[in-house]
Design a binder for this molecule. Sequence first.
Ligand code: ADP
Ligand code: MG
Length: 399
Amino acid sequence: MKIIVQKFGGTSVSTIEKRNFVIEKVENAIKEGYSPVVVVSAMGRKGEPYATDTLLSLINDDFKALNKQAADLLMGCGEIISSVVMSENLSKRGIKAIPLTGGQAGIITNSNFSEADVVKTDTARLMNLLKEGYVPVVTGFQGVDEEGYLTTLGRGGSDTSAAILGVALNAEEIQIFTDVDGIMTADPRIVEDAALIDEISYNEVFQFADQGAKVIHPRAVDVAMKGNIPLVIKNTLSNCRGTIINNLGDKTGKRIITGITHMANRIQVRIIKDNNKGNCNYKLILQTLAENNISLDLINIFPDKKFFTIDSKDKSNLINILDCLSIKYDLVEDCSKVSIIGSGMKGIPGVMARIISTLDNEKIEVLQTADSHMTIWCLIHSDKVRDAIKILHKVFMQN
Ligand code: ADP
Ligand code: MG
């Protein structure tokens, strides 16, 4: 049996017109001799009746914080609705479809509600249904813990569900259908003439995803890579070939920069040694923040100062901790981290210099930089992020 996993995101299943395109993709897979397993997200985006954010707005934050298990049960409803509706739509077109919750599809997680990790996948039910000629329509983003409680896998978790099932079923391919043609050289909502990337390595796409490109969740890339199952990103509404993610990436070897992405809501923290003279807690800052689960990024340590960034959701926690340690600091709020990604830049001199001079020419202040063998990061003020991405894209991707 040639199994294929086809995951459809929220916008792809939001209206009957779009779901007709989904049916076409499933029909085509069957015609090509595949046994598809469909994974669906909740229908639509915030504001639409069955979208996850809309459902979450029905209960207040205090209840959510104290009743994580109940919040997960509510959050799982959007996908349940979607899988039943999609199954009905497929059945009407003569495709034997059956809706399944993540748990019914065999996805077993730990009990870390809202951010659960998959501990095992039991494919027995799915395999039996496939053998009987059914198309299982599995709710993305959820599993069940060993006690039988519904759990969710964190935002973007439907991509992870698809990857987990693809690996567990040893699928020929995991297809992620969304509202763009594939992975582009930049978010097409920012750069109108962003180009489609035909082939990209797991490692590069992981960087893209991890550094803010919403198009695929990093965990899904990691799972597919470890299982060595090809991952393909495609547009539900077009027949574009999409982006193929595998171990090879760019076969021409000519690409220096693969693409640009960004992460908003960063705060730069600046701590100057001279301002904290005589405070022995100065040495303990990074350790104490780590012990309090504050994730730090762009950490630059100098003899006379420490600079790093945090996500804005951790701001009040950070302030409490630094105040407790009697540390004096400055915050630069509303920052974004721009990532210029490309495994081809390794060993090519001058890329960082070109980035800095490009931004400088546009009068975009660079607050901090960092680099690795595959990525260069620049921290800038968020109000300049669109301009920065546009100009960097123009200079690096269109020449
Ligand atoms: P879905 O609901 O199908 O999971 P998402 O909204 O999670 O879709 O992801 C698709 C979106 O990712 C696109 O609409 C696009 O705006 C955004 N995106 C960000 N960076 C990129 C990129 N480099 N290439 C393609 N899309 C991107
Ligand atoms: Mg998504």
